[in-house]
Design a protein around this ligand. Structure first.
Ligand code: PGA
Ligand code: ZN
Length: 403
């Protein structure tokens, strides 16, 4: 047992410049530090990022309860999760904020690992052989992550299915990202090189044009490098949902839920998509279920639908609502709850995609969390320090496994 002997919590900022929290957990012979990311197209059923009083209010509560946190076994993720929930006293971390729950629980797992001299993922899966997930990254996008005139669909994603290892996989995604820029520039010589929050290009373009650009880039890089590259999208449909319809502003089109279903089916066929995230808004389990029944060999993923929440996933499983889940620790708050969620998903044949947030931090922990959650893919963007930190940590872990 490695007891928490001290902890610190301080205000911090995400890559988008929004307030968040950073925690340091100190144990005998080790320490951990973690900073919470923050979403922009956050689901309405997610835990609350920060309390109404901001970082200051959260810090005050935690400091006045420090004696309840000190003394907990840093590796006992459940005990820490239970204590934080108890201190908070609400269902959705309205008093201390999910940012605090994320930072303290992740820092604690790291402190435990540090004191034992093992990689953090080992605290999560023990001596089991780790599997390195492949990267899924957005090369082009719009929606809530970019400015006016960019596509309505939030993310156009690629994953290098055929790459032999993580280093090569990262290179493939970078090549597609570069190629997308050059194709955009051919079509629009006035393109400024603008990017959205996660580093994907954000050109003035309709969804249809974006599909063509990314398809062309994938074909080109795939032929050049000889690897199969998968094409996917995150429609983040809750952001499109207004008064019972899906509103595509850029395109000037409004779809009923039935039309949305037909549209998604058509996109999957037309562009050979292997991955579709949030094709419907966050309460429409029924349409998810219909789509999952209709199309095979495509991973249908719930992000805002499940919000890393066990109860919502149980409902989804009963209805066959999807076959993939996004795992974002800060959607639920504690690392312990997120791991329960991934176990439930995997036990029911769902694929897990461990994901960053659009406002992220320099932290690399997502690499370990993805391994700990037995993720199929890690969704963490392609460029930018806060994205590269996770990818580089995967490279280090992979290197360690070769030795
Ligand atoms: P968010 O978006 O981090 O802004 O919520 C990411 C996503 O929808 O997958
Ligand atoms: Zn999403």
């Amino acid at each position: 047992m490695v007891e928490i002997i001290d902890f610190k919590i301080r205000p911090a900022f995400t890559s988008r410049g929004d307030p968040t929290l950073e925690a340091e957990v100190i144990v005998r012979g080790g320490k951990g530090r973690a900073t919470s990311p923050m979403g922009a197209s956050a689901g309405k059923n997610e835990a609350v990022h920060l309390p109404k009083g901001g970082p200051k209010a959260s810090i005050e509560i935690l400091v006045s309860n420090r004696n309840r946190i000190i003394g907990i076994d840093a590796g006992d993720l459940k005990a820490l999760s239970d204590t934080l929930k108890d201190i908070d006293g609400t269902e959705k971390f309205e008093n201390i904020g999910a940012a605090a729950a994320y930072a303290i629980t992740v820092a604690s797992a790291e402190a435990e690992a540090d004191s034992r001299g093992v990689p953090m993922y080992e605290v999560l899966i023990g001596k089991e052989k780790p599997t390195i997930p492949y990267p899924l990254g957005n090369v082009l996008g719009g929606g809530k992550h970019a400015g006016k005139g960019s596509p309505d669909i939030q993310e156009f994603l690629v994953t290098p299915l055929g790459a032999p290892n993580i280093v090569e996989a990262i290179k493939v995604n970078l090549e597609v990202h570069k190629k997308v820029r050059s194709i955009i520039e051919e079509r629009d010589p006035t393109f400024t090189g603008g990017k959205g929050d996660e580093g994907a290009w954000a050109p003035k373009m309709t969804d249809e044009e974006a599909f063509e650009v990314v398809e062309k880039a994938i074909d080109h890089v795939s032929r050049e490098l000889g690897y199969k590259i998968g094409f996917g999208i995150d429609m983040a449909s809750s952001s499109l949902w207004e008064n019972g319809k899906y509103v595509y502003r850029r395109k000037g089109k409004i779809l009923t839920p039935e039309e949305q279903l037909a549209y998604v089916e058509d996109l999957v066929k037309r562009y050979n998509l292997i991955y579709v995230e949030d094709p419907f808004h966050e309460e429409d389990f029924e349409s998810f279920s219909e789509l999952t029944k209709k199309i095979k060999d495509v991973v249908i993923v719930g992000d805002d639908l499940f919000v890393t929440n066990v109860a919502r996933l149980e409902r989804g499983i009963k209805m066959n609502a999807a076959n993939g889940v996004i795992l974002k620790v800060n959607q639920v708050g504690t690392l312990y709850d997120a791991l329960l969620f991934s176990k439930l998903a995997i036990d029911n044949g769902y694929k897990v995609i461990a994901s960053h947030r659009s406002g992220d931090t320099w932290d690399h922990h997502l690499a370990h969390i993805a391994i700990g959650a037995k993720a199929w893919l890690i969704k963490t963007g392609i460029v930018g320090g806060e994205r590269m930190s996770k990818l580089m940590e995967l490279c280090r872990i992979w290197e360690g496994l070769q030795e």
